[in-house]
Design a protein around this ligand. Structure first.
Ligand SMILES: *Cc1c(COP(=O)(O)O)cnc(C)c1O
Length: 421
């Protein structure tokens, strides 16, 4: 099936007399007739639900849908995008290990890596999203376990050359992890370009209605862990009587371990209710993304022609330095988010935002309602001036998240607000 059909159909096939729509299995626990059956589940010898922290029928259906959308072998839903990024790294890296990450990543991911995981003993190097093959090659160390990038960065909208990062990572037998939140699998499927693991904040376009936080880790199944140095996957896990993930679960080793090991221990699972809501959002993901992109293109073109606007950054514009890369990786459109520099510096940006009526000031981004944010004073305020520059964030930058309203209404609102600058 094509991607828009998968959005509606994948993950759940009801049998005779079962609910047509994925039901909410609002139960922490599941019954079995014998202790032996339960024991087999605990030893990972049998497949089945027993406790919602480790799996649940509602979560399972949504995980299968997202795995199908990305073209992976399996997925793990998490309580938030942050939990997905945390698990994606700690599933293969521990104290003494090293990870290379793009400097242009979501502010929350940057803090998680640069502060919290660093404090736990995992070393990070942040590299330019536009790094050359040679320089990226030099960033590797003998203890490097992963490379982490964002397809389309929030909020600077840099387009990452996934093939370049995958090629260099693979030459070092290291996987490429891609945060695909902004592009969504409707516009870009990173596995087709060599990425090995994909993470999402499903709180954004996937949910699309701004009603539930969530995240997901998806495994392509393509990375051969036995070729690199990944003892967590290739040597016995004593907490499961010495099973070796790569031997027992083959291509699904990474995603099975993320559940049986890390979800067991961290407990950052999604709730059945939130998974249900996420699934409703996924049903219409392809339709919404198409509208977000066509609206954003119109808004970007209008802003670019306006004399109160200093610059517009949208990969759909020919003026964007990422236009060519965007056409390669996201030929059908990028996302609904635009970043603009308003004339008059930081004050101009704030005055513009406060004069908007239809577009509301919220921290959130990438949902059905048009909204705006000033990253330098909110999501990225923990960053130093140099870190802001590295992440591509100017003081007068406004992140404008174009919704799915009628584009004429959005543009009219922007026009009246710019009068106030
Ligand atoms: C929002 C966001 C996250 C964090 O997700 P939460 O669901 O808020 O925890 C991670 N990456 C990107 C690109 C995001 O936009």
């Amino acid at each position: 099936m094509k991607i828009d059909s998968l959005c509606v159909q994948a993950g759940y096939e009801p049998k005779n007399g079962e609910p047509r729509v994925v039901p909410i299995a609002q139960s922490t626990t599941f019954v079995y007739d014998t202790a032996e059956m339960m024991g087999k589940l605990f030893d990972l010898e049998a497949d089945g639900f027993f406790y919602t922290r480790l799996g649940n029928p509602t979560l399972d259906a949504v995980e299968k849908k997202i795995a199908a959308l990305e073209g992976g072998v399996g997925a793990l839903l998490t309580s938030s995008g942050q939990a997905a990024s945390l698990i994606s790294i700690t599933n293969i890296a521990k104290t003494g290990d090293h990870v290379i990450a793009s400097a242009a990543i979501y502010g929350g991911t940057f803090n998680l890596f640069n502060k919290t995981l660093r404090d736990l003993g995992i070393d990070f190097d942040f590299v330019s999203p536009e790094i050359t093959e040679e320089d990226l090659d030099k960033a590797f160390k003998p203890n490097t376990k992963a490379v982490f990038v964002e397809t389309l960065t929030n909020p600077s909208l840099d387009v990452i050359d996934i093939e370049l990062f995958a090629k260099v990572a693979h030459a070092h037998h290291v996987p490429l992890i891609v945060d695909n939140t902004f592009a969504t699998p409707v516009n870009c499927r990173p596995f087709e370009w060599g990425a090995d693991i994909v993470v999402h904040s499903t709180s954004k376009y996937m949910d699309g209605h701004a009603v539930s936080l969530g995240g997901v880790v998806v495994d392509s199944g393509n990375f051969d862990w036995t070729q690199g140095d990944f003892p967590m996957l290739t040597t016995p896990d004593e907490t499961y009587h010495g099973i070796v993930y790569t031997e027992q679960f083959g291509k699904a080793a990474y995603i099975v371990k993320s559940r049986t090991h890390l979800m067991r221990d961290f407990g950052s699972q999604a709730s059945p209710q939130n998974a249900f809501l996420l699934n409703l959002g996924l049903d219409t993901l392809a339709l919404r993304v198409e509208r977000h992109c066509s609206n954003a293109q119109k808004v970007a073109e209008f802003m670019e022609s306006h004399d109160k606007v200093e610059w517009v950054n949208y990969p759909g514009l020919e003026s964007s330095k990422y236009h060519k890369l965007a056409q390669k990786y996201m030929p059908n459109g990028t996302c609904g988010v635009i970043s603009v520099g308003i004339k008059g510096g930081k004050d101009g940006a704030v005055r513009f935002m406060e004069a908007l009526k239809l577009a509301k000031i919220v921290i959130h981004v990438a949902d059905a309602r048009t909204c705006v944010l000033h990253p330098a004073s909110t999501t990225h305020r923990q960053l130093s001036d140099q870190q802001l520059i590295d992440a591509g964030i100017a003081p007068n930058m406004v992140r404008f998240s174009v919704g799915i309203e009628n584009p004429d209404d959005i543009i009219e609102d922007i026009a009246q607000a710019l009068e106030n600058v």
